[in-house]
Design a protein around this ligand. Structure first.
Ligand SMILES: Nc1nc2c(ncn2[C@@H]2O[C@H](COP(=O)(O)OP(=O)(O)OP(=O)(O)O)[C@@H](O)[C@H]2O)c(=O)[nH]1
Ligand SMILES: [Mg+2]
Length: 221
């Protein structure tokens, strides 16, 4: 079938470039995190909080993925870090060739941790390897505690999940315990952090995990 062949070719081409990206990241000793989420879950807010907390100790760079616009890149540029904005012009995810193009605009020798903020979408980004070390899901409590059961691939593919907006729990029917239980059904090994980027609640364990992963990676190269 023609359609199946085209899809297979597309994924094979993506995998080839992802491998190339991964080799480059290894050579440059950069930890790469592919941040995925629904629109508005707090990806950029988490990046802002992370840069403010550890940006003076670790050099952080960001590839921003959005369908249109430069708003998120502008938010992060205010923190004086290298940022490149990719516009997918309709595509629902960032793929490896897009990341490869973005890398040309970044000072890779001056970056310890590179974040790829994927397009806000709870489905497609999970299907594409960009060459990252880890996929991390930012999930907000406002999305509802049934979502892990309805969008299982995203939870399955992620190594870690940051549950954000916990400050809003008193106003919602969502239960933190149910979010966690349902997420672990798709991925029993999922590492879970509960935070609020609004009031910087509980960011420490997320930051410690990041630093540990950077140290691990440097130990491996
Ligand atoms: N109450 C509350 N609001 C938050 C929190 N984190 C982010 N927000 C708000 O949620 C909205 C979306 O935050 P962003 O950081 O732009 O989310 P995003 O995932 O980057 O959004 P897109 O990139 O546009 O998909 C903003 O109005 C934030 O102020 C939080 O922990 N608590
Ligand atoms: Mg954003």
């Amino acid at each position: 079938m023609v359609t199946v062949k085209i899809v297979k070719d597309l994924l094979a081409a993506n995998a080839e470039i992802a491998l190339k990206n991964r080799e480059l990241f290894k050579t440059k000793h950069i930890l790469v995190i592919n941040l995925m989420s629904s629109p508005g879950s707090g990806n950029t807010s988490l990046l802002e909080a992370t840069v403010k907390a550890i940006g003076n100790q670790y050099r952080i760079g960001v590839i921003e993925g959005d369908i249109e616009g430069i708003a998120d890149a502008e938010r992060l540029e205010k923190l004086h870090i290298p940022v490149v904005q990719l516009n997918t012009k309709g595509a629902c995810h960032i793929d490896a060739p897009m990341v490869e193009r973005g890398l040309e605009e970044l000072p890779l020798d001056d970056i310890d941790i590179l974040f790829i903020e994927n397009v806000g979408n709870l489905v497609c980004p999970a299907e594409f390897d960009c060459g990252e070390d880890y996929k991390v899901l930012v999930f907000s409590v406002t999305e509802g505690d049934d979502k892990p059961l309805k969008y299982p691939l995203m939870f399955h593919e992620s190594t870690a999940m940051v549950i954000n907006k916990t400050d809003l729990l008193p106003y919602l029917d969502s239960s933190l315990e149910t979010i966690k239980r349902n997420s672990l059904k798709s991925n029993p090994k999922l590492k879970i952090f509960e935070v609020s980027t609004k009031n910087n609640y509980n960011l420490d364990s997320w930051l410690r995990w990041l630093i540990t992963k950077l140290t691990d990676k440097r130990g491996r190269v």
